[in-house]
Design a protein around this ligand. Structure first.
Ligand code: XMP
Length: 511
């Protein structure tokens, strides 16, 4: 058993990011609800405990609190944001409403005379998001960081090895965040870095074996990274008792259905059924222009196609999905998070299909971790490094109602974009890029003729986790080639736009 750091979850939006940072530092971490009992906590024999942030205030009557005995275990504790306020509140300090709410990047002054900050400069840019703050320190603590508005931005009781940070070291905006987490893990908790992605793979394979027993599994294969990695994991666990179904809804990228079938039968000997259901989907989507409606119809039709195919395969016991953590969050499956888009690969599918259990081994991983896992499992790099492609496919990259012609316009322009980006070295720098057929038609001239055709937009983003993103700075010369090729080669498009919006406020996809 590797050394374990427990993360107690107080409902903060960054809890899984904390877990990811800890994994990145090669330390095994386990997220537990804040209400975990002291017996449960002890059973992990943790080398450290992290208390996450959360939306509550310690001053409210039913404020979430952890077992007070964790402070007596002799194990280092790091409280982040709400976690720090809770330490203060539970150990006799005082928390009050801040005079000025701090949100966003703040200059934080730190003392270098402690384990957390000893190798850092005296002033750091840190991500803050808090309405309450520690007003009076509990006994035994001292202030080790402060901002212009927040007198206690970090606190420490070195004797008991208890630490608190009012800012968020786990988000990328806090530049030295990784160093701080690393210092807590290695210098305070004495971690040895004995955990690797291969351990995750081994544990996941064991879990799948246990869950499936002698049974069989149906997996919807999209050809994307997530479902491919799930296929590899389950195949390793149960071999040919895994049955994959690939539904071609008619909204795949150029050549994709053929490639998926080829790569899959070549890479692993999985049983794969490929279904061409393009007609069925198009019928259902006729005249529908609302983005959520489109997603819902595609999701429902997926269920229908799956039901048909599954019944042809005979009885299968379990259903597997390549859901990853951002899907879980964005679908509102976590209490407190609002629905942003109904991702078609999360939701009622298994229940409707009559499966008793759902296997989602990637549910707690971020995209970059899924790729690392894929490589560990021996998947080809070309497959693992593919950019993400949404379940509803090109259907949500044609704004408004769908026709076969519009889908073809986005497919052809997307193929040109991918080809040109692939020629440059930009494809390793840009995390996702595609074209979107805007609903706009505009006037142009082609030879001597007036045209009235569609405008297509290029969307290209750089991002770590797809939860926030910046637009990619594609050089003008490359944009010029792409634009020229699209308007010359794709009949029906006479204008090319470049999307220069970050996420938030825009999302990566347009629908
Ligand atoms: P947004 O548009 O929400 O996209 O900023 C974030 C990432 O998720 C992908 N995406 C989806 N993936 N099913 C998926 O499997 C979906 O319904 C879906 N919608 C968006 C999107 O391509 C981007 O990588």
């Amino acid at each position: 058993m590797p050394q374990t750091v427990l993360i107690l979850d107080f409902g903060g939006q960054y809890t899984q990011l904390i877990a990811k940072r800890v994994r990145k530092a090669k330390v095994f971490s386990q997220v537990l609800p804040f209400s975990a009992s002291i017996q449960q906590i002890r059973s992990f024999d943790p080398v450290g405990i992290i208390l996450s942030g959360g939306p509550a205030s310690v001053l409210q009557t039913d404020a979430p609190a952890c077992s007070p005995e964790i402070f007596e275990l002799g194990v280092p504790v790091l409280g982040i944001c709400y976690g720090m306020q809770l330490i203060s509140h539970m150990l006799g300090g005082k928390v009050t409403a801040a005079q000025k709410r701090e949100y966003g990047l703040q200059k934080v002054n730190v003392k270098a005379d402690n384990e957390l900050f000893k190798s850092l400069p005296g002033s750091l840019d840190c991500w803050m998001s808090h309405t309450y703050q520690v007003d009076r320190l509990p006994e035994g603590f001292r202030t080790i960081a402060w901002t212009a508005n927040c007198p206690v931005a970090a606190m420490a009781d070195e004797k008991r090895r208890l630490y608190g940070l009012q800012f968020h070291p786990e988000v990328t905006h806090t530049k030295q965040g990784n160093d701080i987490i690393h210092a807590f893990l290695y210098d305070v908790c004495g971690c040895e870095g004995d955990w690797e992605m291969t351990d995750f793979a081994r544990a996941a394979v064991e879990d799948i074996k246990k869950a499936v027993g002698e049974g069989t599994v149906l997996l919807g294969l999209s050809g994307g990274v997530d479902s491919s990695v799930v296929a590899a994991l389950i195949h390793r666990a149960i071999g040919d008792r895994l049955h994959c179904v690939f539904v071609d809804h008619g909204f795949m990228r150029q050549d994709e259905p053929r490639l998926v079938a080829e790569i899959f039968t070549r890479t692993f000997p999985v049983s794969l059924v490929a279904v061409d259901a393009a007609e069925r989907f198009m019928q259902k989507l006729k005249g529908v222009s609302d983005p959520e409606q489109k997603r819902k119809i595609i999701g429902a039709e997926f269920v229908a196609v799956f039901r048909d195919e599954a019944s042809k395969l005979g009885h299968l016991d379990h259903f597997a999905q390549g859901t990853i953590y951002p899907d879980v969050i964005e679908s509102g499956a976590v209490p407190g998070a609002t629905v942003i888009k109904s991702h078609h690969n999360v939701g009622g599918l298994p229940k409707e299909l009559g499966f008793t259990s759902l296997i989602e081994p990637l549910r707690m991983l971020f995209k970059d971790e899924v790729r690392e896992l894929g490589l560990v499992l021996g998947l080809p790099r070309e497959m693992v490094m593919r950019q993400p492609f949404p379940g509803p496919g090109l259907a949500i990259r044609v704004i408004g109602d769908l026709t076969a012609q519009k889908v073809e316009l986005v497919r052809l322009s997307d193929a040109i974009l991918r080809e040109e980006i692939g020629i440059t070295s930009l494809d390793t720098e840009i995390n996702q890029y595609f074209t979107v057929l805007s609903g706009i038609r505009s006037v142009g001239v082609m030879g001597d003729e007036r045209s009235y055709d569609y405008a297509v937009a290029i969307r290209a983003v750089t991002t770590d986790d797809f939860m926030t993103a910046d637009w990619a700075r594609i050089p003008y010369e490359v944009l010029a080639i792409i634009s020229r090729r699209i308007v010359n080669e794709v009949k029906g498009i006479n204008r090319v736009l470049f999307d220069v919006t970050t996420k938030p406020p825009a999302s990566i996809e347009w629908e």
